[in-house]
Ligand binder design. Structure first.
Ligand code: ADP
Ligand code: ZN
Length: 295
């Protein structure tokens, strides 16, 4: 059996694994994200210890963004404009190559997650969007089997949305745009606007309707721009299971019957769903990237 390495590099934690997309993880470790030196020292130690499973044929990295994803660019594998102290310009692939020189590939955490969700959905899935609503809002897109790249990778978490009336006066928390979608609806924005995280807000709090409205605006924009057959909603905030039905209903409302395939509640239940992968989708996607790199 061929062993691959997977790294889900997040802003708060790095998850490392050996195994494969087909078998799942054989061993995993969660490493808190500190500065690059300290973090990669622990990543290296994990792969050294995991050598008893056999040699690793390739490594896939599912990274927080923005990150260089074009193998032909000098930015490939590097963290780009991030507010995360110490990480801008960090060359993730060079850091890994320093302790394990095997074929590697990198993409955003959400593009990798989208690849994993496409695989889980079966052969008819041509267009899929994966959305994480966590510390930030990220959107990964897979079209005809390939993650979407162009001038970098899509950043639909930062689209502008129409302000909800119950949210007037909240400036938003995005360091780049203030009240973009991420600045209004990611986890830190929720805590900042309402004084508590979603997990502590009562069922009749205005938060639920406001949050569902913003995320429905994203879903509407995704349906209108890339016609996804499935939008997968993951991330910490989406652990609140009551959000998905609210988002489905509001998306149908906003679309106003215009998109034929997304007209009714039954269609919405197929189109807007939680992750199908049993392991975190980003980690499974990192295994798929490793497989592609190893050939
Ligand atoms: P990250 O985006 O850093 O990879 P998460 O997806 O877990 O990590 O997102 C963390 C954010 O999600 C935090 O802002 C936190 O408040 C929020 N969050 C985490 N768990 C929950 C939960 N069960 N319910 C609501 N919000 C949550
Ligand atoms: Zn923004």
């Amino acid at each position: 059996m061929t062993i691959h390495g997977a790294i889900e590099a997040g802003g708060t934690k790095f998850v490392c694994a050996v195994g494969s997309a087909a078998t799942g993880s054989l061993r995993t470790a969660t490493i808190p994200t500190r500065d690059p030196d300290a973090t990669f020292a622990e990543v290296a130690a994990f792969f050294r210890d995991a050598a008893d499973f056999g040699p690793v044929a390739g490594i896939g990295v599912a990274s927080f963004g923005p990150v260089g994803v074009d193998p032909a660019s000098p930015d490939y594998g590097k963290i780009l404009a991030t507010p995360k102290p110490g990480w801008e310009g960090t060359d993730l692939l060079a850091r890994i190559r320093a302790f394990l020189d095997v074929p590697m590939a990198i993409d955003t955490d959400v593009n990798a997650a989208a690849l994993a969700e496409v695989r889980a959905a079966g052969p008819d899935m041509r267009q899929l969007a994966y959305v994480t609503v966590g510390t930030g809002i990220g959107v990964g897109l897979v079209s005809e089997g390939s993650p979407v790249h162009g001038i970098g990778h899509p950043e639909a978490g930062h689209i502008l949305v129409r302000r909800h009336p119950a949210h007037e006066g909240f400036a938003g928390t995005c360091p780049f745009h203030g009240d973009c979608l991420e600045g209004l609806a990611a986890g830190p924005a929720v805590s900042s606007a309402w004084g508590a995280p979603a997990s502590e807000l009562a069922a009749d709090h205005p938060f639920w309707e406001v949050e569902a409205d913003y995320l429905a605006q994203l879903c509407m924009t995704l349906f209108l721009t890339m016609a996804p057959q499935r939008i997968v909603l993951g991330g910490g905030v989406m652990k609140q299971e009551r959000l998905i039905p609210l988002i489905r209903a509001r998306t149908a409302d906003l679309l106003g019957g215009y998109v034929q395939a997304a007209r009714d509640e039954a269609a919405m239940e197929r189109l807007i769903v939680p992750p199908a992968c049993t392991e975190p989708s980003g980690l499974v996607g990192a295994f798929l990237l490793a497989e592609q790199a190893a050939g």
